[in-house]
Design a protein around this ligand. Structure first.
Ligand code: AMP
Length: 431
């Protein structure tokens, strides 16, 4: 747009709808959250898998033809190949983990953790974004109920490690290939008998995949869902036994859970154990802070050998919202311990900062030859416990002034070669 002066105003770009810039200190808080998760996961024997952000579209199509994540929410594109490849940004990571398993055939059980952004073209709202972060784990190659317990227990311990107290665990069993058809038939018959009471969307879903109707969050559907037949009455002996063992395992860990007989999950591939973590501190509709379950057919669908698997994905964005609501795991500013104030041109500060940083300390400084007063203000704001001050007098003597920034803290002059030990001494006193 041309303005009066003849200067062309540049358009002001914003982050795309449904995405956000994560600025400090919030970005540092996320990094800490992932570090807490990584530590727990690695101490539980999970190794990190870093897979591509995009995959062949087909990888995600295996998540289910009736699934909105696949039918409506994928960010799909063609690359510049000849012929072009049809690709998609990942909407979740379980499919990628199974694809990687089928590709590399690692030793089993394969215990993998991951973290990173996922992409879904959803309608943005509080706690729901088009780019969001997840952390998660998957254990492939065993259907031992203890593996389910290990995975679910890890999730619970993670929320605890963040200081969250208001997370509820809901669990259910979706049965296996032998129990599912009878249940699906009974459910379909029931839902059809009350078809007129369902929302328009659920009436469509009913014809495609009755189980998915249970996942509807629409108000209108709730009375019908509340009286639907439950899977528990249809479980095969084997599935029932598996579910009993999972619950006994959780009991032995003193893990509180609620059996939620109509809990199904968004993606179609789940069998047997399914679970969800709900944050009661969030009063929005988006209060699921994580979920997962067993998927005993997905690796095979991706061209690998029949391989059972269990895992979960936790939503980082929502967990942080829930932490805010609970007043835990607060954002902390960058850990600056020392602030160097240089009123002698700035070159000495460069050398002192380098020396102190090499000694492992968190160090910041001012730029642009600011006045003493302005630099001391910065030092105050930085939260540093110690200020190292160098002016023309100190510089002439090869010295620096080291000031304890606590109220009433003193200061002394030391040889600039002794700056590290002088600073460390004050920090040790504070600790
Ligand atoms: P799902 O794979 O849909 O079960 O998602 C697992 C977790 O990821 C959910 O419990 C949410 O915490 C989080 N999540 C899913 N979709 C979104 C989204 N669009 N925005 C933010 N978080 C999400």
């Amino acid at each position: 747009m041309a303005v009066a002066s003849g200067v062309v105003a540049q358009p002001l770009f914003r982050a795309p709808v449904g995405t956000r810039d994560l600025l400090p200190p919030e970005s540092a808080r996320r990094r800490r959250l992932v570090a807490v998760f990584a530590d727990l996961a690695e101490r539980t024997g999970f190794g990190l898998l870093e897979s591509p952000i995009f995959e062949d579209l087909g990888v995600f199509q295996r998540l289910g033809a009736d699934n909105e994540v696949v039918t409506k929410e994928l960010f799909e594109f063609f690359d510049k190949g000849d012929p072009p490849r049809h690709l998609a940004l990942r909407p979740e990571l379980t499919a990628s983990v199974c694809r990687a398993f089928a590709e590399h055939r690692p030793t089993q059980p394969w215990k993998i953790w991951y973290s990173g952004p996922q992409f879904r073209y959803e309608r943005p709202q509080a706690g729901r974004y088009r780019q969001f972060d997840q952390v998660g784990v998957e254990t492939l190659g065993t259907d031992d109920p203890h593996a389910d317990v290990e995975v679910i227990g890890l999730g619970l311990r993670f929320y605890e490690a963040l200081g969250m107290k208001q997370v509820r665990l809901l669990i259910n069993s979706l049965g296996d290939a032998t129990s599912r058809p009878a249940y699906d038939a009974a459910l379909a018959a029931y839902l059809r008998s009350r078809r007129d009471e369902l929302s328009e969307q659920s009436q469509i879903t009913l014809e495609r995949n009755p189980l998915r109707v249970l996942d509807s969050k629409r108000e209108q559907d709730q009375p019908v869902i509340a009286e639907a037949p439950v899977m528990a009455d249809f479980l095969s002996g084997e599935s029932a036994e598996h579910f009993v063992a999972v619950r006994a395992g959780l009991d032995s860990l003193d893990a509180a859970y609620e059996v939620s007989p109509r809990l199904v999950r968004g993606l179609d591939y789940y069998t047997r154990t399914t679970f969800e973590f709900v944050a009661d501190a969030l009063d929005t509709a988006q209060n699921a802070v994580g979920g997962g379950g067993r998927y005993d057919g997905l690796v095979e669908d991706l061209g690998g050998p029949a391989t059972p698997g269990i895992g979960f994905a936790l939503g980082v964005d929502r967990i942080l919202l829930a932490c805010d609501a609970e007043g835990t795991f607060a954002a902390a500013p960058a850990p600056v311990e020392v602030f160097v104030v240089d009123t002698a041109g700035g070159q000495s500060a460069a050398v002192l900062c380098d020396r102190l940083r090499q000694a492992g300390l968190g160090v910041d400084r001012a730029f642009d030859g600011r006045s003493m007063k302005a630099q001391m203000k910065r030092a105050d704001r930085s939260g540093a416990a110690v200020a190292v001050i160098i002016g023309p007098d100190e510089q002439a003597e090869g010295a620096v002034t080291v000031r304890d920034m606590r109220p009433g803290g003193g200061q002394r002059q030391v040889a600039s070669d002794d700056v590290v030990s002088a600073v460390t001494e004050i920090l040790a006193e504070e600790a």
